[in-house]
Design a protein around this ligand. Structure first.
Ligand code: UDP
Ligand code: MG
Length: 309
């Protein structure tokens, strides 16, 4: 059996379109399919649509959160509840084309790979500034983190049960799936496909949300910013020692004319700024530790298909 995990946030229009597409191709996979829709605290009628599907088809299951916990939490909940031998995660907006699934199943069954990932061949249809920052993000994270992240890789992937078990063992609160899937290792191959437009509804990812998400990725998978902070601190210490020696020597040789206040103030401001920056970086990590030590659940389920009668 293949479990299909579908995180949904305000997707009442997209779900029926998605379900129809999936039903069309499902026989080509040669397996039975279990759908797990995750309602991530939608404000529209997403839950109603899920309920109706689950009433009609016994292979449709759903989880409904008590509020919006984010896509990462929805993925985690889906993985925890999936029962299939193969598990896939898919966006509901058809930007992750279901028609790739049969080929992915074939790939995973005909060779010894554990995971088939997908990546977009290009970023057409995306604002150029977003593409630019995305590219820079992947260059940066791959330089400063041991965990490799593939540029353009989507969350859409088909995994073996073994890999799912491994991912579930990472119980951290701050979840950055792209990194977690890569961190557990296993053999992954990528399929490329052309970028698609959303089938219905609108994306909820603004530029700032994506920017913060990328900072999360960096802080969760690299301690390079901390090292940079220490390095910058040590370097400015070194420079000030040289400057002190220079000033003392100059005072001894040439006396002490009270000049150079503007430059002095500039240096104070510069060092003060550096200190705040480094404190900010450290604070970011402490914030993560704080959230992690509270051991709060990643999500709270309010209703599932078992509550239907
Ligand atoms: N999603 C979610 N919770 C959120 C935001 C998004 O479960 O808080 C789901 C959404 O319903 C969709 C998927 O995550 O199935 C991808 O979202 P979207 O299409 O808005 O992102 P994009 O494709 O623009 O990156
Ligand atoms: Mg989308």
């Amino acid at each position: 059996m293949i479990s299909v995990i579908i995180p949904c946030f305000n997707e009442e229009e997209a779900i029926p379109l998605f379900f129809a597409e999936m039903e069309k191709i499902k026989s080509q996979t040669g397996h039975s399919i279990e759908y797990i829709f995750v309602n991530d605290g939608s404000k529209d009628h997403t839950l109603l649509v899920m309920r109706n599907l689950a009433r009609k088809y016994e292979y449709v299951r759903y989880l409904s959160f008590s509020r919006n916990f984010g896509k990462e939490a929805a993925l985690y909940a889906g993985l925890q509840n999936a029962q299939g031998d193969l598990v896939t995660v898919m966006d509901v907006d058809l930007q992750d084309p279901p028609e790739l699934l049969p080929e992915m199943v074939k790939m995973i069954e005909s060779s010894d790979i554990d995971c088939v990932g997908t990546r977009r061949g290009d970023r057409s249809g995306e604002p150029p500034i977003r593409s630019f920052f995305a590219k820079k993000f992947y260059q940066l994270i791959n330089k400063i983190s041991d965990t490799e992240m593939v540029d353009g890789a989507r969350d859409y992937r088909l995994m073996t049960r073994q890999m799912v078990t491994a991912v579930l063992e990472l119980t951290e609160y701050n979840r950055f799936s792209k990194g977690l899937f890569s961190w557990v290792g296993f053999k992954t191959e990528y399929l490329s496909f052309e970028n698609r437009e959303r089938s219905a509804g609108e994306t909820t990812w603004s530029f700032w949300k994506l920017f913060n998400y990328s900072i999360d990725g960096i802080v969760n998978f690299s301690d390079a910013p901390l090292n940079i902070a220490s390095f910058v601190g040590a370097f400015s210490c070194f420079v000030s020692i040289i400057a002190m020696i220079f000033i003392v020597v100059r005072a001894v040789l040439y006396g002490d004319p009270t000049a150079g206040w503007p430059s002095m103030v500039s240096i104070f401001l510069f060092i003060g700024g550096l200190q705040l920056l480094c404190l900010g970086i450290i604070g970011k990590y402490i914030g993560k530790i704080f959230l992690e030590t509270k051991k709060r659940p990643v999500y709270i389920v309010k209703e599932t298909e078992k509550d239907l009668n």
